[in-house]
Design a protein around this ligand. Structure first.
Ligand SMILES: [Zn+2]
Length: 327
């Protein structure tokens, strides 16, 4: 364990509930990140559920609030750490990025104690919580400008940690599993480099908290905890495993113009190559762009915020990889 995680976890008692706080010192006004630690019948394995890394994603925050209020440490075969809001400054601003330095926390790991605000927050989380973990579920909800078909990202890494991450991703029971070559600053990328199996699901979007999103995320959490043997297989789990999961890749459809985007598909629709996904209009209403599918696939991500700039993602198509690299 790192010295930071030693300070957090070493003194906690078995079968205990602990509400703790990480503090970033030397910061104007102070910065505090509350988190829960449930120590079960044994201290290991130690699993981390973390949300609110981006400040405009809320399904995962809400479900972690609920999970934290209902977990009984007597039911746990290890330690469960829950961070509902990893990036309070971005959360209160309602923005993906931290408003203090405009940094993206999920491009800032493992962080730097002498760096920017985002790098310092990343370092605080990484040294105290991530490095103490045997497995990490980094929960995202795409962004407030789009909606997404539930899927999970895992590293393309073919080493032991990659294999174990894939097993955890597969255990969630979702239809879409996406192997990724991540930007090195993602929390899951940094954790994986340190040998910690880590995966990143995406559920929801549009800055909302919905019954469907809560049901899906609750199912993901319970399956993840069962996979790590923190909970018995009989623990409540609302969704069935998807019978035919797909290993996917993706293609983005970006806008070439500024204007008003009017989509003509729904997220989750299956489309053919050349299908019209939406149109972009100028101030007079004239259609200045037709966004078409570059290949057949499923509309995995769809922009819902209608004002667009050149380069904005209008949609992302998921398509099945026929030959997945062997594991
Ligand atoms: Zn996110």
């Amino acid at each position: 364990m790192s010295p930071g995680s030693q300070r957090v976890f070493a003194k906690l008692k078995l079968r205990s509930i602990n509400l703790l706080t990480l503090k970033l010192r030397g910061f104007p006004g102070g910065l505090e990140i509350p988190f829960h630690v449930f120590v079960g019948r044994a201290s290991k394995p130690r699993v981390l559920l973390i949300a609110g890394v981006h400040g405009d994603e809320y399904e995962s925050v809400a479900v972690l609030h609920d999970i934290a209020s209902e977990i009984n440490p007597n039911d746990l075969g290890g330690t469960l750490t829950i961070v509902p809001v990893a990036n309070p400054q971005a959360f209160y601003a309602g923005t993906r990025r931290n408003p203090v330095d405009l940094g993206d926390l999920n491009r800032s790991f493992p962080g730097n104690p002498e760096g920017t605000t985002s790098e310092r927050v990343a370092d605080l989380l990484f040294q105290n919580l991530v490095l103490a973990s045997d497995g990490v579920l980094s929960m995202h909800c795409w962004s407030k400008e789009a909606t997404v078909v539930p899927y999970v990202e895992y590293s393309v890494d073919r080493t032991e940690v990659g294999r174990r991450s894939f097993a955890a991703a597969r255990a969630l029971g979702l239809k879409f599993l996406h192997p990724y070559t991540w930007h090195p600053g993602l929390l899951v990328a940094a954790a994986t480099r340190y040998g910690i199996p880590s995966i990143e699901p995406e559920v929801g979007g549009m800055g909302t908290v919905t019954p469907d999103g809560q049901r899906i995320y609750r199912s993901i959490i319970y399956r993840f905890l069962q996979h790590w043997k923190l909970l018995e297989p009989s623990a409540p789990c609302t969704d069935a495993l998807h019978p035919d999961p797909e290993i996917i890749d993706h293609s983005d459809c970006l806008s070439n113009h500024a204007g008003l985007f009017r989509s003509c598909v729904n997220v989750g629709d299956v489309v053919k190559k050349g299908s019209l996904l939406g149109t972009v209009h100028d101030l007079t209403g004239r259609c200045i762009e037709q966004a078409r599918a570059s290949r057949a696939g499923t509309v995995g991500i769809l922009r819902t915020f209608a004002s667009v700039q050149p380069g904005d993602r209008l949609a992302q198509l998921f398509w099945r990889i026929q030959r997945h690299p062997a594991r």
